[in-house]
Design a binder for this molecule. Structure first.
Ligand code: SF4
Ligand code: SF4
Length: 193
């Protein structure tokens, strides 16, 4: 795998994904709570190893692979290791926002297909509470909803493994760092011959 090219292509798609989901949140007015990072504290946030390659590649470019490998190998923390806690409880932010994986870009407000293949909206509980959203209102707001399944297909078009083998995010970052370190080390060794 060409890590640099793969990261570049994935970052491009990630940006389009974020634009789509954030502009939908802006157009509906259902924005996240200020300084909120509560979803990052959920230990069930998952990702595939390939989804974390851009983050791992940034860490590699900063020369911090060993530091992060050690953090990830020794941590007991179940929620995402790159989360930065704010001053107040529940406040915080992503320490690697530019490189975050797909779930982190789609979580707040997104569309799903139900069993009848109709569009239904999934909205973070805090956003629902803040804007007093009820199922009746959500059903009337489905046009232009960015669909998780459509974006997963776009990811799979880069590489099907991007949407397979999901695992806890810290484990996926560890796998990605190992892959980046091994591949780039191998490429460097190869080019020095
Ligand atoms: S990558 Fe960033 S946005 Fe995603 S869970 Fe971790 S801290 Fe939160
Ligand atoms: S999706 Fe919900 S929990 Fe996550 S930052 Fe937005 S408001 Fe907070």
């Amino acid at each position: 795998m060409n890590i640099k090219e793969f990261s570049y292509n994935l970052q491009k798609l990630y940006q389009e994904m974020s634009d789509s989901f954030s502009s939908y949140q802006s157009s509906t007015g259902w924005s996240c709570l200020p300084s909120c990072g509560k979803c990052c504290l959920n230990p069930e946030v998952d990702a595939s190893i390939l989804e974390m390659i851009p983050m791992a590649y940034s860490i590699y470019l900063e020369g911090k692979v060993d530091e992060w490998l050690e953090k990830l190998q020794t941590t007991k923390q179940e929620h995402c290791i790159v989360y930065e806690q704010g001053l107040k409880e529940g406040e915080g932010k992503c320490g690697r926002y530019k490189d975050r994986p797909s779930l982190c870009r789609m979580f707040g407000v997104s569309g799903h297909y139900n069993k009848q293949h109709e569009i239904s909206l999934s909205v973070c509980k805090l956003i629902k509470e803040k804007y007093h959203l009820f199922d009746k209102e959500l059903k009337g707001s489905l046009q232009e909803t960015p669909m998780m399944a459509d974006w997963s297909m776009k990811l799979a078009s880069i590489n099907p493994q991007l949407i397979q083998d999901k695992m806890p995010i810290n484990k996926a970052l560890l796998g990605a760092l190992e892959k980046v370190a091994f591949t780039l080390q191998y490429q460097n060794d190869d080019s020095s011959h």
